[in-house]
Design a protein around this ligand. Structure first.
Ligand code: ZN
Length: 273
């Protein structure tokens, strides 16, 4: 196993022969899946006796043993959006917080959220649609308390209509999930919208300070082949906004992948204006 495993950042360790655990600070753990083709990263945010898990991994290997090893007494789970590769282990957790968005409320059947295939995208990969028992709805712009830490829920559509990000002003960190990460950003999938993506970029550029760090939910290895939590910065956000503005203003006729900068590409389709 060891021979096939990719290199990790110097301060990261393997667990369960699948997860890469990287300590962002004493209370913030990035949980990566470098062996999964999409190199997912979930985040365990803790303080005092409380933890918040932002995304539950791709599900190929259950994430709950790792989370239970490192969580505090009170754990809440919040998915960034309904794509299949972020909900993998969600059935193992309770309570589950869901962003209070009309597109998600429309998926509620009784007390249970069942995402549409356009939101889930996993059926064609042979995955069963999850049935999520919603414990609590959290409105965009509102705050989630994790001990003394406060994180603001921001609706950041573009990659998908239900995408949210978490902003923590005290540590100047944005957990942006699939909105911004290292690799190819998807603006071509069902539910994606270039105009929404651009508007979300503009909102974040106005809200966040210039030295904010942005942690995404996927991270292709760096130039040295090392897997690490995908940290980007405000200049990356500005580069993405500039690319989106170009594509919104003069949309190319053909689908394709455009280079945003050395760390990101953007997959584009004229069908997702
Ligand atoms: Zn996604």
């Amino acid at each position: 196993m060891d021979d096939n495993r990719p290199l990790l950042a110097p301060d990261a360790v393997w667990e369960e022969d699948w997860f890469a655990l990287e300590t962002l600070d004493a209370d913030t753990l990035a949980i990566g899946e470098p062996l999964y083709f999409q190199c997912n990263w979930s985040y365990l945010i803790s303080d005092g006796d409380h933890s918040l898990l932002f995304d539950t991994g791709c599900g190929q290997v259950p994430i709950s043993p790792v989370v239970n090893r490192h969580r505090r007494a009170g754990l809440k789970v919040l998915p960034s959006h309904m794509h299949y590769d972020h909900l993998g282990g969600i059935g193992a957790f309770d309570p589950v917080i869901i962003a209070d968005l009309p597109v998600l409320r429309a998926c509620v059947d009784g007390e249970v959220l069942v995402p549409t295939e356009d939101l889930f995208l996993g059926t064609k990969h042979g995955l069963a649609v999850p049935r999520i028992s919603v414990t609590e709805w959290v409105k965009p712009q509102s705050w989630i308390d994790v001990g003394t830490r406060r994180l603001q829920v921001l609706h950041t559509p573009g990659h998908s209509p239900d995408s949210i990000s978490l902003w923590e002003p005290a540590r100047k960190r944005l957990f942006a999930a699939d909105f911004l990460y290292r690799g190819a950003l998807y603006a071509q999938v069902p539910g994606a919208s270039l105009r929404a993506y651009y508007a979300s970029c503009q909102m974040l550029l106005e809200l966040l300070p210039g030295d904010a760090a942005i942690f995404g939910a996927h991270g292709q290895p760096d130039a040295q082949g090392r897997s690490m939590a995908p940290e980007l910065g405000m200049s990356d956000l500005a580069d993405l906004a500039a690319m989106l503005e170009r594509l919104v203003t003069s949309p190319p006729a053909e689908a394709g992948e455009f280079k945003v900068n050395a760390r990101m590409n953007l997959a584009y389709s004229p069908e997702r204006p």
